[in-house]
Design a protein around this ligand. Structure first.
Ligand code: PAF
Length: 285
């Protein structure tokens, strides 16, 4: 596996692969890799000649009071995991390589899409994501880019700017990867104690309860949201940030589930903010 640290290195690698007529799959990550990331990489491995992973904690998508400094950075362990896929190249730049002195260009997806759910709680977050993902797509010359459904709103935002900016990349969303307990895999799970991890199972449990009710015939969105939040409230360590539901992927308001609906939650367990979701009435595409 090649380790590419600079813009010049990834550009040269991508050019060589393209000159050889190869297709490229990009898996953007912030490192601290877990089984969920590896699922994305394996899918990319199946569907492309070459797999490039980016392993970069992107400063511009973190708010001033968020966990940028404490976000886990474990590059050597990440490399061992990537070798098992295997991945052809990892792009692991310094922040100053991506945002050098004088940097001043950002990709901003305007309107409602970025102002609800996590966008309401984390102003500027999606501007940071859209900016770095655009740069990574340009640098890697990817044909396909892979994202997890856990960040379903992120996938909607990426699809929006890829369409609006005529970027020639196909976006692939991969279903949520869960631990046996049901807890969605996340790099932030490692912030939690064992007691907190046990409590965090309430996220997937509450969504499962809403999904069961939906499958038993409940189509009213407010009722489905209430079933979810009532269940979360049974866990003393949990504090709800939001329980919300919108059409997917457009994220429009909806009263009755007549088309695919994203039921999404953000919950704090102790100090750790976790997200999870389920798509009702349709498949993740
Ligand atoms: O989902 C993530 O880990 C990040 O938002 C991404 C897509 C790698 C951009 O930094």
């Amino acid at each position: 596996m090649k380790v590419l640290k600079t813009v010049a290195e990834i550009q040269a690698f991508a050019k060589q692969m393209k000159d050889e007529g190869k297709t490229i799959g990009l898996v953007p990550t912030m490192g601290a890799l877990h089984e969920g990331h590896l699922t994305l990489m394996r899918r990319a491995r199946q569907e492309n000649d070459v797999v490039i992973v980016s392993d970069f904690v992107n400063p511009v998508q973190f708010g001033p009071n968020e966990d940028y400094d404490k976000y886990p950075r474990v590059f050597d362990a990440d490399c061992e995991k990537m070798e098992t896929v295997p991945v052809d190249a990892v792009f692991h730049p310094e922040p100053s390589e991506m945002y050098p002195e004088g940097y001043c260009t950002y990709v901003n997806v305007e309107g409602d899409l970025t102002h609800k759910l996590c966008g309401a709680q984390r102003p500027g977050h999606f501007r940071g994501v859209a900016t770095v993902v655009t740069k990574l797509m340009n640098l890697s010359r990817a044909d396909h880019a892979y994202f997890g459904q856990k960040d379903a709103q992120q996938v909607s935002v990426v699809r929006r700017f890829v369409k609006d900016l005529n970027i020639n990349v196909e976006i692939v969303m991969v279903p949520i990867c869960r631990e046996e307990s049901g807890l969605a895999r996340s790099s932030r799970n490692r912030y939690m104690s064992d007691t907190e991890k046990a409590a965090a199972v309430i996220l997937s449990k509450s969504l499962r309860k809403a999904k069961d009710a939906f499958e038993a015939g409940e189509k009213d969105v407010e009722t489905l949201k209430k079933i979810t939040s009532d269940e979360i409230k049974t866990e003393p360590l949990a504090t709800i940030d939001y329980v919300d539901a919108y059409t997917y992927p457009a994220l429009e308001p909806i009263k009755t589930v007549t088309e695919p609906v994203l039921l999404a939650i953000a919950v704090k367990i102790g100090k750790t903010r976790l997200i999870d979701n389920v798509i009702l009435g349709g498949d993740a595409k």
